[in-house]
Design a protein around this ligand. Structure first.
Ligand SMILES: Cc1ncc(C[n+]2csc(CCOP(=O)(O)OP(=O)(O)O)c2C)c(N)n1
Ligand SMILES: [Mg+2]
Length: 631
């Protein structure tokens, strides 16, 4: 059979295909790839680089342009792409290209960020020659055991789909599988197509139809009637049900349906890091974050609950407090999830369905069901008590240095409903999960599946690109800043007006506190001359001026000392016409919000150090609460 073809390089065909991919959900259609991030080297400069140049100079027929952005670090570009996709509720993402070897491997961590958070990113790392003619090529790791692997095989465990395009004929089936995975609500994550540098530049007669506009329907899996019936029976039989809203509720855009479910049944709704904001904090049934770093309001209810209704949650150890949070011996689980892999967790009744679909059906089927008055009163009491704790933490007047909780309080009170707060690692995510009062699903963007230091700055770039009308505020620890600041250059280059809040506490408040509580005396967690070694804990601060450093990247930097000054600076940053950093020194020693919960971090069983011996005794005690959920 003859069919019309067009002669393109593999790289040109890839770009032309990608610009023509659209998604549609609930009747709304949009381009799936908003642009490409790329750092060029010999692996992609003349292949994908040429294709992107050609696209800008002479856009692809019909599909239009694939805007190119020039980041500074390959991990940074993937973090930005993942943040972008998160802010777009997975309905749009970015392509990331890199050269071979180090450039490619720099993307592996970013791939894991996307895959753990279940957000789509398309990675096109370059690969060594398929022909092997010039081997070993610059940056090729030679493996004496086989010529069949390359460093890009490191993407396999962190990708939801991986392929290597060794021949042009492989491109079409591979791109189709890539799209299938990227737009699949249950299977999405990082998709990696490794592109040998010679194959990228090789020409082939591709079928013209390959480049027609293609609209991928993003499905909403309906809830099976039999599963609904079983769930309704369990809920009706429960006395103290508690719902947990995870990221799946937000991705599914099911907030309205969640609010309606809670209002109709009176069932309290707690949330995870990814799910915060799914229900507005001032909803009568919203009881706050659950688990290790949750709010006591939710955790007291979780302790006693006889039924947990998990909605779009993967039940991380923080959510279950390492399997110690749900203490009722008879506790059962009903799990609504698009992914059977998650729905099966904790021996739950599996409701494999889209969150919105399932919530609508459940609310309808539960008509007339209400939690008891006694339970309703309890919910209101816990909620009010935690609101007071939050207020006190936010206005503690801590000194001589302010606490970071007061900074969060100022931000929480000043930021608008559609503004976005970003964080990922350090002591901040825990404090934020406990205290932050989110009014909308967009407001809270904390990457706590991979909790990657270095996510926040590139994420600010990705989120601002996704939501240009929102004020985007990334809270950055001094540790995170030193790990991956360089995307600030890209932010300045692209004229993206974001706000950074740098919390300078000269070390790791997070791991320092954890270290102390587990008997390791804050070893190696302070930025002090001498390296924070045991006898150097109180050495001089290292003379690195992070504010001056940020200024040197081109940021507008406001140095403040008090919370009052912080509030003024935040107003100034909002009104500024360029990216601004507010730099504030905060107390390394906390305080943190009170918490009744625990997190399992193993302590050395034998030791010559007394602090470790004591911590081990406590660890054994807390571990007694750990259990399987098999009802
Ligand atoms: C890439 C990476 N490396 C290591 C860790 C482990 N870790 C978690 S928090 C933290 C320290 C963060 O320091 P900072 O950003 O200053 O925040 P603080 O703890 O002071 O709040 C470390 C090393 C991590 N989460 N990510
Ligand atoms: Mg710090």
């Amino acid at each position: 059979m003859t069919f019309e073809t067009v002669r393109l390089t593999v790289a040109q065909a890839t770009i032309r295909f990608l610009v023509n991919q659209y998604v549609e959900r609930d009747g709304v259609e949009q381009r799936f790839f908003a642009g490409t991030f790329g750092i060029f080297g010999h692996g992609n400069v003349a292949g994908l680089g040429q294709a992107l140049l050609q696209n800008e100079l002479d856009p692809e027929p019909d599909g239009g342009a694939m805007p190119y952005y020039m980041p500074r670090n390959e991990q940074g570009q993937v973090n930005a792409a993942a943040a972008f996709a998160t802010a777009k509720n997975r309905l749009q993402t970015m392509v990331c290209t890199s050269s071979i070897g180090p450039g490619a491997l720099n993307m592996v961590t970013g791939a894991a960020v996307a895959t753990t958070n279940r957000v789509p990113v398309l990675l096109l790392p370059s690969d060594q020659f398929a022909t092997r003619n010039p081997d070993p090529v610059l940056q090729q790791v030679e493996n004496a055991q086989t010529l069949d692997t390359t460093v890009n095989d490191a993407f396999r465990p962190v990708s939801v789909f991986f392929d290597r395009i060794n021949r042009p004929e492989q491109l079409l089936p591979s791109l189709m599988q890539a799209m299938r995975a990227l737009i699949d609500p249950a299977d999405t994550g990082a998709v990696t197509l490794a592109m040998p540098q010679d194959v990228q530049a090789e020409a082939f007669d591709f079928p013209v139809e390959m480049f027609n506009k293609r609209v991928w329907h993003v499905r909403r899996d309906p809830l099976e009637k039999a599963a609904l019936k079983r769930a309704v029976e369990l809920i009706k039989a429960s006395k103290k049900p508690l719902a947990i809203a995870g990221g799946g509720v937000i991705y599914s855009e099911a907030s309205e349906e969640l609010r309606a479910f809670a209002a109709a049944t009176g069932i309290p709704v707690s949330d995870t890091q990814a799910g915060k904001g799914a229900i507005n904090h001032d909803h009568p049934q919203a009881v706050g974050g659950v688990g290790s770093t949750g709010a006591d309001s939710a955790n007291y209810l979780a302790d006693e609950a006889d039924l947990i209704i998990g909605i779009g949650t993967r039940y991380s150890d923080f959510t279950t407090a390492s399997h110690t949070q749900f203490k009722n011996p008879d506790v059962k689980f009903v799990n609504i999830n698009v992914k059977a892999f998650d729905a099966v967790k904790n021996g739950g009744e599996m409701l494999v369905a889209d969150a919105r679909e399932a919530l609508v059906d459940l609310t309808e089927a539960l008509e007339g069901f209400q939690v008891s008055d006694e339970y309703a009163e309890r919910i209101a009491k816990e909620k009010a008590a935690w609101d007071k704790v939050t207020h006190d933490c936010y206005h503690s007047g801590h000194g001589p240095l302010p606490s970071q909780l007061e900074v969060f309080g100022a931000l929480n009170e000043m930021m608008g409903d559609d503004d976005v707060v970003i964080n990922a690692a350090g002591s901040m995510p825990g404090d934020l999960q406990a205290l932050w009062q989110a009014k909308t699903p967009v407001q809270y963007h904390v990457e706590y599946a991979f909790s990657t230091m270095g996510y926040e700055i590139p994420a600010a770039m990705g989120v601002k690109m996704a939501l240009p009308e929102s004020e985007v505020v990334a809270i950055v620890g001094d540790g995170t800043y030193q790990m991956l600041p360089m995307e600030i250059a890209t932010i300045v280059q692209e004229g993206l007006k974001v706000i950074f809040v740098l919390l300078q506490n000269h070390g790791y408040a997070s791991i320092g506190g954890l270290s102390e509580s587990r008997g390791s005396q804050r070893f190696g967690t302070r930025y002090r001359m001498g390296g924070g070694r045991p006898h150097n804990q109180e050495g001089e601060f290292i003379p690195v001026d992070l504010a001056a450093n940020a200024e040197s990247w081109g940021l507008n930097v406001l140095r403040v000392k008090t919370i009052e000054e912080f509030r003024e600076a935040f107003r100034e940053a909002e009104n500024a016409d360029r990216a601004t950093m507010i730099y504030i020194e905060t107390d390394l020693m906390g305080p943190n919000p009170p918490s009744i919960s625990w997190w399992d971090v193993p302590v050395s069983e034998v030791s010559r150090i007394e602090s470790t011996q004591k911590a081990y005794v406590e660890h054994v005690e807390r571990k007694k609460d750990q259990r399987h959920y098999l009802k």
